[in-house]
Write a protein that binds this ligand. Structure first.
Ligand SMILES: Nc1ccccc1-c1cnco1
Length: 243
């Protein structure tokens, strides 16, 4: 997978070259290119934004600069790209989104400021039959899209074959079965007077699986009843319902 990111803060994307993602890049599983949007400015001040038509607070990012940047970056590789625009006004980015995007050949992320990028940039891309997804990572206000890109790239890249040491952990993620993961424990058996639940040391894999499922159902019901309500009809078996 090729990933391009266009931003006025290239340094913000440095963490993508650390740890797991850094290893995925070194292993050739991901090609990452970060581009400074100001490369495509033409004025001495390298202006990337301007006051909003219609008035109001803040600044809007200029279409000319973004248009030229997108054209130039798209032309760097002939693979078709999904253009991703992080925005608080976007559709929710979920694990299902990450799963879907993990099959893409190329992702191109555009990091805009809070007040946004001139809408005509998206409109122009879409009328050229480019895939453009405007997505939000949650209902809170960030200053720009860079942090959202870090979140989305990590969620997608960890799903690529060969990135995770143990692929099973991706299958047993929270959300992969629609439920939150329950509590996890490791050594020592007793820590500050708190013991690991006996069942987890019983060696009885059926009982352990049941206990874990019950804890996941309990936590999901308590913290995310919306996820429980969204489960498909056949997702819960009789033992689950008895819980
Ligand atoms: N708040 C923001 C400001 C700028 C670009 C993206 C966002 C965003 C994305 N998901 C939630 O917020």
């Amino acid at each position: 997978m090729r990933i391009d990111v266009i931003t006025i803060f290239p340094g913000y994307l440095a963490p993508l070259r650390e740890a797991l993602l850094g290893r995925a890049i070194s292993a050739g599983l991901v090609d990452l290119a970060v581009h400074d949007l100001r490369t495509w400015t033409r004025d001495v001040h390298q202006a990337v934004d301007d006051a909003p038509y219609g008035g109001g607070p803040g600044m809007v990012m200029r279409p000319q600069v973004w248009g030229e940047a997108l054209d130039a970056v798209l032309a760097l590789d002939e693979r078709p790209a999904r253009i991703v625009v992080p925005t608080p006004a976007g559709r929710p980015f979920t694990q299902a989104t990450a799963q879907a995007w993990s099959g893409d050949e190329r992702l191109l992320f555009t990091c805009g400021r809070y007040e946004g990028i001139d809408q005509r940039v998206v409109d122009d891309a879409r009328r050229r039959d480019l895939t453009v997804d405007e997505v939000s990572i949650g209902d809170y206000v960030l200053v720009g899209g860079e942090v959202a890109v870090l979140v989305m790239v990590e969620a997608v890249v960890r799903l690529l074959p060969g990135v995770l040491g143990n692929p099973a952990s991706a299958e047993q993620d929270s959300f992969s079965d629609g439920l939150l993961e329950g509590p996890a424990f490791t050594r020592p058996e007793v820590w500050r007077g708190l013991a690991v639940p006996d069942v987890l040391r019983s060696g009885n894999h059926a009982k352990i699986a049941r206990w874990r499922r019950d804890r996941a159902l309990e936590r999901t019901a308590e913290r995310r009843p919306d996820l429980l309500a969204a489960l498909p009809e056949d997702a819960l078996d009789d033992a689950d319902r008895a819980f």
